[in-house]
Design a binder for this molecule. Structure first.
Ligand code: GLC
Length: 475
């Protein structure tokens, strides 16, 4: 009986490996955040540059860029491993120009970049002597990570690498109890590849993990409950195998003492990740966090003709994250030839043009003290509060009545055109906007204070509005 059960399980596992079983669902399933945060004495200082930077470029690029149906194409279309591996023979990106990538990031006003050194398909963009599924040992014969790191550093940006320990090619990932030796091999690959990345590319600023830890993308990533399905959130793997994340990340930190890592392993993290437009979430100023999302709708890897978010959508994501005291890591999927789609680069440049004008209200600020509300969000730096009014249509020509501030407002100015008048009373701060550009994406009002804004506790903000009284003598 036992032997039969094992046989059935083996067949099922094999079926999965061949990629001919049921669809396990899409990439957008939420994950548990299990990682603790770092608590060492240097933690705040280590992450200070990142908190000031606010805005980074994420790049998903690999052999999955060739079919152009997103980085999950192998899983979602159940492409057999051998078949998928053939993509590496076609991966010779003739227009790979990391200086151009770095230039786009700079022009967008981004301060750091994160490239997928290796995604869940297992294809490494770097040289791993222990694997044959790499850019070095296939058509390109090139170490893209090396050139990327050099170009980004030369441009004066901070360097990040994305790395996913899991690898769909390994049966041990799906069934770590059954394929223990294979699971150990996968873990060795993870430890070896991290060691390669940490040892041969100079100083890395960010190691952006995905798919580690005991969450659903971790070991035992699929479940049989009547049919094969992705392991649901709240039903973590309970077997005896582990990624040994704590030890592995400790080694990484030894080699790269100032590196920042996110919370997608079981090791202590420097910052938390929120994923996708809908995960913007609440204001949070206790732990550093970052919203990652895409410039185009859909997948993270290259997709032909994907809709590009409007400038307004992108800026609302950026300002929304910063006003909640987070960062934004915005993704593009470069084309298989290595180029960032010109229309994507153009949108990013528009964001940079806006930041050139209004970056003072974004970089090196903190979120608050007015908490996010119907009006938008606020940021502050030194003795200035920036009100980001993201919903001007409902407020133009009206008076916003903000709750009282414990600091004295000494001046008030609108940065984005039109006029602002502010009046501070015991009941609050009234801000009146007139003649503002009707199409303003974000109307920014700077409130200058007599004392540092950091002394003000976050203020729950329900804004009321009243019709602005017409000035005397006017009808
Ligand atoms: C999602 C996607 C994955 C992507 C990641 C970035 O989890 O499934 O492909 O790399 O988001 O956060």
């Amino acid at each position: 009986m036992k032997a039969l059960a094992l046989h059935v399980r083996l067949i099922a596992a094999f079926v999965i490996l061949l990629g001919v079983t049921a669809n396990f669902g899409t990439a957008s399933v939420a994950r548990a955040q299990s990682a603790p945060m770092v608590t060492d004495a240097d933690a705040a200082q280590r992450i200070a540059w990142w908190r000031d930077a606010k805005f980074g470029l994420f790049m998903h690029w690999g052999v999955y860029s060739i079919p152009g149906r997103g980085e999950w194409v192998q899983w979602q279309e159940q492409i057999p491993v051998d078949e998928y591996a053939k993509l590496a023979d076609q991966f010779h990106p003739d227009k790979f120009d990391p200086d151009a990538w770095a230039a786009v990031a700079k022009a967008a006003g981004m301060k750091y970049t994160v490239l997928t050194a290796r995604h869940h398909d297992g294809f490494a963009l770097f040289d791993d002597p222990g694997s044959s599924f790499t850019a070095m040992k296939s058509a390109a014969h090139h170490d893209f990570v090396a050139d990327y790191v050099a170009a980004v550093r030369k441009a004066g940006l901070r360097v990040g690498l994305y790395y996913s320990p899991l690898d769909w090619r390994y049966p041990g990932f799906y069934f770590p109890e059954l394929y223990r030796a294979n699971a150990i091999e996968l873990r060795e690959q993870y430890q070896r590849q991290l060691n390669e990345l940490a040892s041969h590319y100079g100083k890395l600023d960010i190691l952006w993990f995905d798919g580690g830890g005991v969450d659903w993308l971790g070991f035992g990533g699929v479940n049989f409950k009547g049919r094969w399905q992705a392991r649901p959130k709240g039903d973590p793997y309970t077997g005896t195998f582990t990624w040994q994340d704590v030890e592995t990340v400790a080694k990484l930190r030894k080699l790269q003492p100032s590196i920042l890592i996110n919370d997608r392993t079981d090791a202590p993290a420097d910052f938390r990740s929120r994923e996708g437009d809908r995960a913007m979430g609440n204001f949070e100023n206790q732990h550093p966090w970052e919203l990652c999302t895409t410039l185009t709708d859909g997948a993270w890897g290259y997709q032909l003709n994907a809709r590009i978010k409007s400038l307004s959508e992108v800026l609302h994501l950026l300002v929304g994250a910063v006003g909640r005291d987070g960062n934004l890591l915005l993704n593009v999927g470069p084309r298989p030839d290595g180029q960032i789609e010109p229309a994507h680069a153009a949108r990013l440049r528009e964001v940079g043009d806006w930041l050139k004008l209004y970056g003072q209200s974004i970089y090196a600020t903190r979120g608050g003290p007015y908490l996010p509300g119907d009006f938008g969000v606020s940021t502050y730096r030194d003795k200035t509060i920036y009100l980001h009014i993201l919903n001007l249509a409902s407020f133009n020509g009206k008076t916003l009545q903000l709750p009282p501030l414990s600091a004295k407002v000494v001046d008030c100015a609108v940065l984005t055109g039109g006029t602002a008048t502010c009046r501070q009373t015991a009941a609050g701060v009234d801000v009146t906007l007139t003649d503002n550009p009707a199409d303003a994406i974000d109307s920014i009002v700077a409130l200058s204070l007599a004392s540092p804004a950091s002394e003000i506790m976050p203020i729950k903000t329900s804004v009321t509005m009243k019709e602005t009284a017409a000035p005397a003598g006017k009808e």
